[in-house]
Design a protein around this ligand. Structure first.
Ligand code: DLL
Length: 434
């Protein structure tokens, strides 16, 4: 299979490290001079930019957290003036505030190249018709895949999410050859294709690039069978860039990290200590080439491990395992990041609800479902059905507007949600990821 940027993707380790060291030294100076919160973090830790002489010094640097984005909302983390920022994206945060990210023109080029490497590794070329069913908008999925597909000169079909019948019609009429969407939507599309009596060979699809949520090898096999394609994983997060931080190659034995732009580390989430290759822990990234948002040791909260061995595909870029969970309570529902605290904040705006609730996640017909059970107050309990129905509708509307997903709302009788003496178990996830 071709490699998009052979010089970098197959570079010897010492060459890569030399590249990383140069970029790291430059980046550290850039953030110290341009981002007050970094100057503060560095000063508190007693490190100066001049202390950083190579990648070996990375662990001297302070960590960055999602909370830093919220405290510096919206643009306080940016290291470039807004006049140089050509694109904004955003994702949900733990509090009501979004995590806002920005890109300069050069950053957009880097992003496009990282995604181009992923599409090339999945066999994509300029001859392909890339059908993008990730959401467009503030989410990085749609426009992220889009810039990479354009970079390789493919024909891009920016379909975005939803309207499954239309998606299938476009597969047929436009001759889509590569599909990009969340793996759960790919499974759903596979079922819908079969329900229409279409066989995999009736479509031109040959590969899919799936990510934005956890998925298993079993799901990969199912998707491949139903759509008659090869399914490739793509990983990323808005704070670091969006899709394309790492990607599957044809060997599909770990995701190659675009290490010339993002240095990965695995740490013990409790102590912050760096762990050796092969051990599972929290994944941390440092962006060394970005101008608008060069993050230092960003704590992703994803649990993974790293493998430094050269891959059979010829790439030397370090591989990360599929993330096998998260350290925090972020839920990923149909690719959308949702924190229980966001749902709680909405529920607390209703006087007649008690603060006792539970979130039930499941997967029906391969699509994530979410049900929110919330206790009514005693007073509400005696209200008329019609009023209760109106209340359910209003809760549903406010949840949808706050977190962007549609949830089933169930009002339950007072004192029926189990109480806990320790940390409340708010989320019951019945989806199977392994
Ligand atoms: O989900 C970016 C993306 C879009 C990646 C399209 C791939 C494809 P966020 O919305 O900021 O960004 O969510 C980031 O999603 O920390 C992981 O927990 C999870 N995640 C992303 N890709 C994968 C994957 C995009 N391939 C959060 N496998 C991350 C497992 C993933 N989890």
């Amino acid at each position: 299979m071709p490699i998009y940027n052979k010089a970098v993707e197959t570079a010897e380790r010492h060459e890569l490290e030399a590249m990383q060291s140069l970029a790291l030294i430059r980046m550290v100076r850039h953030v110290y001079e341009n981002v007050p919160i970094y100057r503060k973090k560095f000063d508190e830790k007693g490190v100066k930019p001049s202390d950083i002489k190579s990648v070996k010094d990375l662990s001297k640097l302070p960590f960055t957290y999602k909370a830093d984005f919220q405290e510096n909302y919206p643009y306080g983390m940016f290291a470039a003036p807004l006049s140089d920022v050509v694109r904004i994206h955003a994702t949900s945060g733990t509090t009501g505030r979004q995590t806002v990210v920005g890109y300069t023109k050069d950053d957009m080029n880097i992003w496009a190249e990282c995604v181009a490497r992923a599409i090339t590794a999945a066999g994509g070329t300029k001859e392909d018709v890339v059908h993008i069913s990730y959401g467009y908008g503030l989410f990085t999925g749609g426009l992220g895949l889009h810039c990479g597909a354009e970079k390789i000169g493919a024909t891009v079909v920016p379909v975005s999410t939803g309207n499954t019948d239309r998606q299938i019609r476009i597969f047929q009429d436009f001759g889509s050859t590569i599909l990009g969407c969340t793996p759960s939507y790919a499974l759903y599309l596979g079922d819908a294709v079969q329900a229409k009596g279409l066989k995999p060979g009736d479509l031109k699809l040959k590969a899919g690039i799936f990510g934005a949520e956890p998925w298993t090898e079993k799901m990969r096999t199912e998707i491949e069978k139903r759509l008659g394609i090869k399914a490739y994983d793509i990983y990323g997060l808005s704070e670091i860039m969006g899709p394309g931080v790492s990607f599957d190659c044809e060997c599909r034995c770990g995701l190659h990290v675009n290490e010339d732009h993002f240095i990965p580390e695995i740490i013990n989430p409790d102590t912050g200590e760096v762990l050796p290759y092969g051990e599972y822990g929290e994944l941390v990234f440092t962006c060394i080439t970005k101008q608008a948002l060069p993050l230092v040791r960003y704590r992703t909260k994803d649990i993974a491990c790293l493998n430094i061995e050269k891959c059979e595909c010829g790439r030397t870029l370090v591989r990360m395992s599929k993330p096998k969970g998260r350290v925090d309570d972020m839920m990923i529902i149909r690719g959308v990041n949702v924190f229980p605290s966001q749902i709680e904040a909405v529920l607390l705006t209703f006087e007649d609800l008690s603060p006792h609730y539970q979130i039930l996640l499941d997967r029906v017909n391969n699509l994530d479902t979410i049900e929110i059970q919330v206790e009514m107050s005693e007073k509400l309990f005696h209200d008329e059905i019609r009023q209760l129905e109106a209340l359910v509708k209003e809760i549903k509307r406010r949840i949808e507007s706050a977190v962007g997903i549609s949830a089933k709302i169930t009002l339950v009788n007072p004192n029926t949600i189990p109480r806990s003496e320790g940390k409340a178990k708010r989320v019951i996830d019945n989806r199977k990821f392994d």
